[in-house]
Design a protein around this ligand. Structure first.
Ligand code: ARG
Length: 273
């Protein structure tokens, strides 16, 4: 079965963690009294970038800005589908200035950027599946932003209600294994969603891989898949094993320093489609 999974080459946008720190607490993982080892964070991040490149993926970088310690979490700054860039408007005032720097990068790269009118945290909450956009709300991105995104992309946007503060962004509770229009499939932790949203996911993805709370708490759902390789936290060993049983090739990459800020592999990675 493994041989039937076909990777697709990706273009990723990332931001070096030169100024990474935990200075404020805007999710339950963040404790400003816990020290971050910036050298180790840099090393872990460089490993991730090296692994992406060695798997054939293109990686572009945004210049980090001093005083914006969460800027490394590139996923939150936009969602790009069909070359259309839907920018961000952060919930936390501490993160709001990040949008300007990412918007500037996109404009210099030749893209127009749509600025959302209501709070929206990019791919953190808006997840392209190959068929539609799954959209989280409850902690950060608003339902108004979901409507705005549907109008902007012209693709169906399916609102899902997040209920567990540890999984405050959709990309901490769900990731896309396969984004081909015909084979689209996801992995998710059902209890992170309201009962109705769970039912919606079960109807849309009857063949989804279901994750446990432990998989989610080890950032196993904050993974990136290219259709074959799944770049995943080594702490999420059990989930990686189940993905291997489904024919995927897990590639463990340790971003433990970033877990202290409530982020992992996917948070550090935005995809330009
Ligand atoms: N400290 C950041 C925040 O709380 C972490 C962002 C994680 N990003 C993500 N895509 N889940 O906003």
């Amino acid at each position: 079965m493994t041989d039937t999974r076909v990777p697709r080459r990706r273009r990723f946008l990332v931001c070096e963690p030169r100024h990474f720190a935990v200075q404020y607490a805007i999710n339950p993982w963040m404790h400003p009294d816990v020290r971050v080892d910036v050298d180790l964070a840099q090393e872990q991040w460089q490993t991730l970038i090296g692994v992406y490149r060695s798997h054939g993926h293109a990686v572009d970088t945004v210049e980090p800005v001093a005083g914006l310690p969460d800027m490394v979490f590139a996923a939150n700054s936009a969602v790009v589908v069909d070359g259309r860039v839907f920018g961000s408007l952060f919930h936390a005032p501490e993160r709001r200035p990040e949008s300007l720097h990412y918007d500037t990068w996109f404009k210099q790269a030749g893209y127009d950027v749509h600025r959302p009118e209501s709070v929206c945290e990019g791919e953190g909450d808006l997840v392209w599946t190959g068929r539609h956009v799954l959209a989280g709300h409850g902690f950060r991105t608003t339902r108004e932003a979901h409507r705005e995104a549907q109008e902007f992309f012209g693709h169906p946007v399916i609102s899902l209600s997040l209920v567990d503060p540890y999984f405050y962004h959709l990309d901490t509770a769900l990731f896309v294994l396969d984004d081909s229009a015909d084979g689209s499939n996801v992995v998710y932790y059902p209890e992170a969603f309201s009962p109705g949203s769970r039912e919606v996911l079960a109807r849309l993805y009857p063949d989804a891989v279901l994750a446990t709370r432990e998989d989610a708490m080890t950032f196993g759902l904050n993974s990136v898949s290219d259709g074959r390789h799944v770049f995943i936290a080594p702490q999420a060993e059990a989930l990686a094993g189940r993905l291997a049983d489904h024919g995927y090739a897990p590639v463990p990459v340790d971003l433990s320093e970033f877990h202290k800020a409530g982020g992992g592999i996917k948070c550090c990675t935005q995809e330009i489609r």
